[in-house]
Design a protein around this ligand. Structure first.
Ligand code: GDP
Length: 201
C-alpha cells in the first residue's frame, strides 16, 4: 500500500481536460484549511508536493498526480473560502460537480472533514450532495490530535455529531470513515491500506 513514487501529471481547468481516464483514481476534497496539503504530504512522506490548488479563487484547477505509475491521486480545489464571492462558489460547484459525475475511473472521493470543530454546514452540504448522487465516498477526518478543553468537544464527539447529521442520506450504506492526524501520523497507514483495498475490488 506504500506510496513509493509520485509525479505531477497535469492541472486541468475543466473536467474534460483531465488526463485520459484509464487508471483508478481518488479525488481529495475539503474545505480550505481542512489540512489537505498536510495530509497529502504525510501520505507521500514528502514535505512539498506542489499543491497548485492552494490559492483561493485563483487556481481553480484539478491536479492529477500519478502514484507508483499506476493510479491517480487528484487534488481538487478547496471549497468554502470565507472570502469567496457567491459567484466564485457557484463556479466551484459546477466545475467540480462535472468532474464527479463524469469521471468513470473515480474509485472514491476522500472527503476531508476537520474533526477539531463542530459539523460545518458546507461540509454537510457537500457530503449530502455526494450521497444523493451516489458518488463513492470515504470520510477522512483530519486534525484528530487536537484536543479541545472547556466548552469544545473532542474530535470523536465532533465526528459522531457529523455522522448523525448526515445519516438519513445514507440509510443503507454509510460510507467508511478514517480518523487521521498529519501531526502524529495517526490513521495514515489505515488510509493507505483502505485505498489499496478499494483499488483492488
Ligand atoms: P489545506 O488548506 O486544506 O491544504 O490545509 P493545510 O494542510 O495547509 O493546513 C491548514 C492548517 O491546519 C495549518 O496550520 C496546519 O498546520 C494545520 N493542520 C493540518 N493538519 C493538521 C493536523 O492533523 N493536526 C493539527 N493539529 N493541525 C493540522
Amino acid at each position: 500500500a506504500k506510496i513509493k513514487q509520485v509525479e505531477f501529471v497535469k492541472s486541468s481547468g475543466r473536467a474534460k481536460d483531465c488526463p485520459k481516464d484509464d487508471r483508478p483514481e481518488f479525488a481529495i476534497l475539503g474545505r480550505s484549511n481542512v489540512g489537505k496539503s498536510s495530509l497529502i504530504n504525510s501520505l507521500v512522506r514528502k514535505k512539498e508536493v506542489a499543491l497548485t490548488s492552494k490559492k483561493p479563487g485563483k487556481t481553480q484547477l484539478i491536479n492529477h498526480f500519478l502514484v507508483n505509475k499506476s493510479w491517480y491521486m487528484v487534488d481538487l480545489p478547496g471549497y468554502g473560502f470565507a472570502k469567496a464571492s457567491e459567484a466564485a462558489r457557484m463556479d466551484w460547484s459546477s466545475f467540480t460537480k462535472g468532474y464527479f459525475l463524469n469521471r468513470n475511473t473515480l474509485v472514491a472521493v476522500l472527503l476531508l472533514v476537520d474533526a477539531s470543530v463542530p459539523p460545518q454546514k458546507i461540509d454537510l452540504d457537500c457530503a449530502n450532495w455526494l450521497g444523493r448522487n451516489n458518488i463513492p465516498l470515504t470520510f477522512v477526518f483530519t486534525k484528530c490530535d487536537k484536543m479541545k478543553g472547556g466548552k469544545g468537544k473532542r474530535p470523536d464527539e465532533n465526528v459522531r455529531d457529523f455522522q448523525e447529521l448526515i445519516r438519513e442520506n445514507y440509510e443503507q450504506h454509510f460510507p467508511p470513515w478514517i480518523m487521521t492526524s498529519s501531526v502524529s501520523g495517526f490513521g495514515r497507514d489505515e488510509l493507505l491500506l483502505h485505498m489499496s483495498q478499494l483499488r483492488n475490488y
